[in-house]
Ligand binder design. Structure first.
Ligand SMILES: Nc1ncnc2c1ncn2[C@@H]1O[C@H](COP(=O)(O)OP(=O)(O)OP(=O)(O)O)[C@@H](O)[C@H]1O
Length: 281
């Protein structure tokens, strides 16, 4: 997908976002923002054990937009939590920008999540008593960095909310609140942005705006986005859709069209529920 807009504007956006061409300027050089190697995650033990991830090998290139899809219970949330350093695999390794984070202690992981990862949630998760600008500055404060108001203003402009900096989240629409959440996720120029159902609470038109923003963060600013979604249209904004089923990778689609994504989901869901289309999966 093209960067869109004038080349000069795009270059400005890249500078504004703090990214080098082709990926974030920080962190050790690796072609991959995130890598999972033979990742397993089991909840519980013995007869009660649930194998949520059963050996996942996946590499997500810097500057890419990946959608993770799969039937309910296929392991999407577990994948996201392991990849983002929120949960620990029982086996295997997770690498962020080429660095193995699997063995890091809790303090290091917290620091890493604050400075090198951005999060966007379905429910926005803004702090209602803070202004828009203060919400966007929060990750910098939490990471112990000096709040960079110019940088915060630049990302707010990037998401089309330059004039709303002094408002509080309650004074904004759902779509605007999600834009603030995206600005907050981008403000530290993270190596990867994890988005969990970012359009799940939005109407169709607003959802498209939010997806276009995520797309723009990848195309213009070199961000890396990983998005869990149930929506084939949302997934079609990604470069690639990776499917999970029963804790295993179950294929992928590049340059996905909504209809093809929907077909694949029907097949996987039928297989998971033992329906007639199971053989087609
Ligand atoms: N904390 C937990 N304790 C026990 N089992 C869990 C836990 N978290 C997830 N599981 C199980 O692990 C499997 C994968 O769950 P996960 O939430 O990753 O799937 P998902 O694809 O995100 O599902 P959904 O689309 O319904 O959100 C499921 O069988 C789930 O019940």
């Amino acid at each position: 997908m093209g960067a869109g807009g004038a080349a000069g504007k795009a270059a400005e956006d890249v500078r504004d976002a703090g990214y080098a061409r082709g990926g974030p300027a920080v962190g050790p050089r690796s072609p991959y923002a995130v890598e999972l190697r033979a990742v397993r995650r089991t909840y519980g033990r013995g007869d009660a054990a649930v194998h949520a991830l059963c050996g996942i090998d996946l590499a997500l290139p810097r500057g890419s937009f990946t959608a993770m899809m799969g039937p309910s219970g296929s392991g999407k949330s577990t994948f996201l939590q392991c990849a983002a350093g929120l949960d620990r695999p029982n086996a295997g390794a997770v690498l962020l920008g080429g660095e193995d984070i699997t063995g890091l202690g809790e303090n290091k992981l917290t620091e890493l999540r604050r400075s090198r990862i951005g999060f966007v949630f379905q429910s926005f998760n803004l702090l209602p008593s803070l202004t828009v600008l203060q919400n966007v500055l929060l990750p910098q404060r939490l990471a112990g960095q000096r709040p960079d108001r110019r940088r915060a203003a630049a990302v707010l402009e990037q998401v089309g909310l330059a004039g709303h900096a002094r408002r509080r989240p309650g004074q904004l629409s759902g779509g605007q609140q999600q834009r603030v959440a995206i600005a907050r996720a981008l403000v530290t120029s993270p190596e990867v942005v994890f988005a969990d159902e970012p359009t799940g609470a939005l109407d169709t038109a607003t959802a498209r705006d939010v997806l276009a923003l995520l797309r723009q963060a990848v195309d213009r600013a070199g961000a890396t986005v990983v998005m869990v979604t149930h929506d084939p249209v949302a997934a079609s904004y990604a470069d690639r859709v990776v499917f999970l089923a029963d804790g295993l990778l179950a294929g992928e689609l590049r340059d996905p069209e909504p209809a093809a994504v929907a077909d694949r989901m029907v097949a996987l869901t039928s297989a998971a529920t033992g329906g007639p289309a199971g053989a087609a999966a």
